[in-house]
Structure formats: C-alpha cells, structure tokens
Write a protein that binds this ligand. Sequence first.
Ligand SMILES: *[C@@H]1O[C@H](CO)[C@@H](O)[C@H](O)[C@H]1NC(C)=O
Ligand SMILES: *[C@@H]1O[C@H](CO)[C@@H](O)[C@H](O)[C@H]1NC(C)=O
Ligand SMILES: *[C@@H]1O[C@H](CO)[C@@H](O)[C@H](O)[C@H]1NC(C)=O
Length: 326
Amino acid sequence: MHIIIFIFLFFIILSNGQLSSFNPVWIGPKFRETSMQSISESIQLSEDCGIQKESKHKRFPWAVSFTVDGVNRLGGSIISPYHILTAAHGFITAIGVGGNLCMNLPANRSMYRDIEDLQKTRKIAYGGECIRGFTENLPNNENCSKPDVVFNTIRSVLIDGDFVAGRCIDGHDWAIVEVENRIKFNENVAPICLPRKKMYHSKTLSVPGWGRRYIFNESGPMIHEIPMRIDPDCPRARPWSDNLPIDASDYICATSLDTRDYFAPRTCHGDSGGGLEYRDDFEKTHLIAMTSFGTKGCPANMLARFTRVDRYTQLICQFTGVCYSV
Ligand SMILES: *[C@@H]1O[C@H](CO)[C@@H](O)[C@H](O)[C@H]1NC(C)=O
Ligand SMILES: *[C@@H]1O[C@H](CO)[C@@H](O)[C@H](O)[C@H]1NC(C)=O
Ligand SMILES: *[C@@H]1O[C@H](CO)[C@@H](O)[C@H](O)[C@H]1NC(C)=O
C-alpha cells in the first residue's frame, strides 16, 4: 500500500494584505477540476446555503458523520456539492481517542493516514438523523430502527500542513474533504453558509453531531444538537485545570450553557470537525468554526476549542471555488 501525499509550499497574499504561507498537504490526489465551483455556482450556493427545514425534529442537512463500522468518528459540514469542511486532526494517526495532542512527536509523513485506508474504512454519512439501525453491541436509540442517511466516499483530503508543523497546538486544525460522488442537494441535504465577520459576536451557537454524550459511552446512532456559549475572555480567564493550548490565533473557545451541571450537553469525542453554527435573522445557518479540541473527559465546565472558518475563507475559495464569503 503506498501513500500518496504531495506537499507543496507556496505563498499567497491574504485578503487582509498580510503575506502568509500556506502549506497544503494532500492525502490522495489534488481536487478535480470538475469539483471546482464556478463563479455562478458559488453565487447559487450563497443563495441555497444554510436553509434549515423546521420539522418535528430540527434537521441539519449539511451535517456529516465520518463513520467506521457504523460508529461516528468525526463530524463535518457540507459547503458545496463536492466539499466538506472538517478538522485536520481526524486524518492524523498520532492522536489518540483521549484527545491527546501530537506534541513531542516528530512531524513526518507517517503521521497522516493514507488515502486507501480512508477510502476503505470511512463512510461519509449525511442527509438524515440515524447513521445506523439497531445493533447487538453498540448503543441504540428507539427512534433509529434503521439508518436514514446516504453514504459517500472520501476521494481526497486537503490538510493545512501547519497543523502538524505546529505540533498540533498552534491551531490550523482544519481540512477540506472532496467526495467521490457529487452530493445531490434536496430537502434533506444542503450546504451550510460560510460566515461573515460580524457573526463572531454572537454568544450562543450550536454544534450538531453524532459525538459521545458521555466520555465512557460509545456514541449513539442519532444526531443531536449541542448548544455552546462562546467565551470571549478565553484564553485569559480559563479554569486552572485547563491546560490546552491557548495561543493559536485561529481558535475561539466555548463552554456548555451550564458549566455547573456535569451532565450539561457539550462537545465530546466524535464531535470533532463538526460545525459551530450560527443562525441569522433570515433563518440561514452559517458555519462559524469547526470543533477542534476539548479537555480530556469532556467536562462541562471546561473550554472547548474551535477553529475559526473566517481565517480560511480565502484558501477555501482558492481550492473549492466557494468564494461568496471572501
Ligand atoms: C515518523 O513519526 C512516527 C511517529 O509519529 C515514527 O514512528 C516514525 O518512526 C517516524 N518516521 C521517520 C522516518 O522519522
Ligand atoms: C424518540 O422520539 C420521541 C418523539 O419525538 C421523543 O419523545 C423521544 O424522547 C425520542 N427518544 C429518544 C431516545 O431520543
Ligand atoms: C452508558 O452506557 C451504559 C450501558 O449501555 C448505560 O447503562 C448507561 O446509562 C450509559 N450512561 C449514560 C450516562 O448515558
């Protein structure tokens, strides 16, 4: 089995005029020309994105679960018919289930998963609430008697190489996945909107996903929504026991709504990559950030870290053609 990773280093001028380097790492081939959105397709996406159909259960038609044998392993959000935004650390081998960062490990190519393995073991599920039906050995949900999602395959992954270069503590925890088969949009499947600057002042946001409810329990089959509150004082006023990285400029922090309730909903394992979402006054939902890291054990009073999407809209535009938020 051979690993196909191309590493390119080049410089781009970001829209704010700063000269900044971007170090793309490809797991698999470069994205296809045909997956690149044209200007008119990008404009169409800006009109169709983020519309959440209200029903008995709130739906998240852009939410994605990367599953392994029916178990959710990573979240993500659909932004175009070919592209999913997620976290880089889901494609790194050196990160354990406990959320241990890859500090002190030499940054080298074997830290990235290989594309054949990803294509064989990962299924991309979206367009429904239940990623599996009743099972013998895994948690079940009375409202999930059978899966109602559609499945797709990873074709290629573009990772921000500075994530590993920064020993996983310097931010850059984001990645774009290109899917094998064009995603068909319908009432259950839709792209989320990319953000605009002013949305980062909003306090309460939500993360839909299939992550674990509690640290020791494998995740269930049903999507759930986790309300999270942005902590604008992060990292200055953080709990003494929080020893996660603080200095990354592309992180925002959030906590559960009730930090005194140990069982309050909050992000946990499997929510990584999932969107921190903001719903605007026109009922459109925007992807503010991607779930990155939380404290081991997922305590409700601890700050969780999220990678800001607005820092990367220029690069997202460059590689996917989704350019309406630049
Ligand atoms: C690359 O890093 C891994 C650990 O992350 C280590 O096991 C392996 O020996 C390293 N390979 C090289 C060529 O340095
Ligand atoms: C199943 O759906 C019903 C009706 O919406 C709801 O009341 C119940 O709490 C759900 N059960 C689970 C385990 O989510
Ligand atoms: C964890 O799973 C066990 C066994 O399936 C179950 O009895 C228990 O209620 C679950 N705990 C929580 C907090 O959901």
